[in-house]
Design a protein around this ligand. Structure first.
Ligand code: G3P
Length: 249
């Protein structure tokens, strides 16, 4: 089996107006002049998806959506189908980010249907899992996250390219990055679950870490066993910071 390339994914969340396209252009230009080993992807708000895809066209920067609906089309005001993301130039999509689970009550069962819709549209999903602070303090973090993995990953992922992202809720946007020991423990547990679910493929599925990844901690995190990349929020908004994380991969 081959080791997949590290994926550095920048999730802009609900940040970024037209001017932010300049940051994406700067990332694309930097990677063009100095190619890197990692795969690099940007997930802008839906309003910028098409323009950002155009802005980085011809570069190595990949583009993705932050969410997709589980259905292919229909009467779902405000939602976006996976095929629309592909049509706008996206090749990846984040499914089940904790902010979707919290803000919109997304269940793991719904997340699994979204991941299935992503695959049907030819997109590569990044399926997010992660425990709350109270769950960690109660010693339930690993059991909870493995339950999310089992429930959020549809059987249709078999044989398809996909990623899992571990984002402990207490580390998102807080500056409190998980310790490398906690990351190693959780990624190891997720790896074992992926192997149990998907066999050899599960042994090679990238497991990204997310939660306060910054230029100064990215190197240590990305070097940890079973860390196949990073899902970066705040530090992905500025090309300079994001490129520093990419360089650490
Ligand atoms: O999806 C990435 C994310 O939730 C982490 O956000 O701002 O802590 O890097 P941040």
């Amino acid at each position: 089996s081959t080791t997949p390339r590290t994926l550095i994914a920048g999730n802009w969340k609900m940040n970024g107006l037209s001017a932010a396209l300049e940051e994406a252009r700067a990332v694309a230009a930097a990677l063009d002049s100095q190619p890197v080993a990692a795969r690099v992807a940007i997930f802008p708000p839906a309003t910028l998806l098409h323009r950002l895809a155009d802005a980085v066209e011809g570069s190595s920067v990949l583009v993705g959506g932050q969410d997709c609906h589980a259905n292919a089309n229909g009467a779902h005001t405000g939602d976006i189908a996976a095929e629309m993301i592909a049509d706008a130039g996206g090749t990846l999509v984040i499914c089940g980010h904790s902010e979707r689970r919290t803000d919109h009550g997304e269940t793991s069962e719904q997340v699994a249907r979204k991941a299935q819709a992503a695959i049907a549209a030819g997109l590569e999903p990044i399926i997010c899992v992660g425990e709350s602070l109270s769950q960690r303090q109660a010693g339930e973090a690993v059991a909870f996250v493995l339950g999310q993995v089992r429930e959020s990953l549809p059987a249709g992922l078999k044989g398809q390219a996909f990623n899992v992202a571990y984002e402990p809720l207490w580390a998102i946007g807080t500056g409190h990055v998980a310790s490398v020991e906690d990351i190693i423990e959780m990624h190891g547990a997720i790896r074992a679950e992926l192997v149990a679910l998907f066999g050899e493929q599960g042994g090679a599925t990238p497991i990204l870490y997310g939660g306060s990844v910054k230029p100064d901690n990215a190197g240590e995190i990305l070097a940890a066993p079973e860390v196949g990349g990073a899902l970066v929020g705040g530090a992905s908004l500025k090309a300079k910071d994001f490129l520093a994380i990419v360089a650490a991969a």
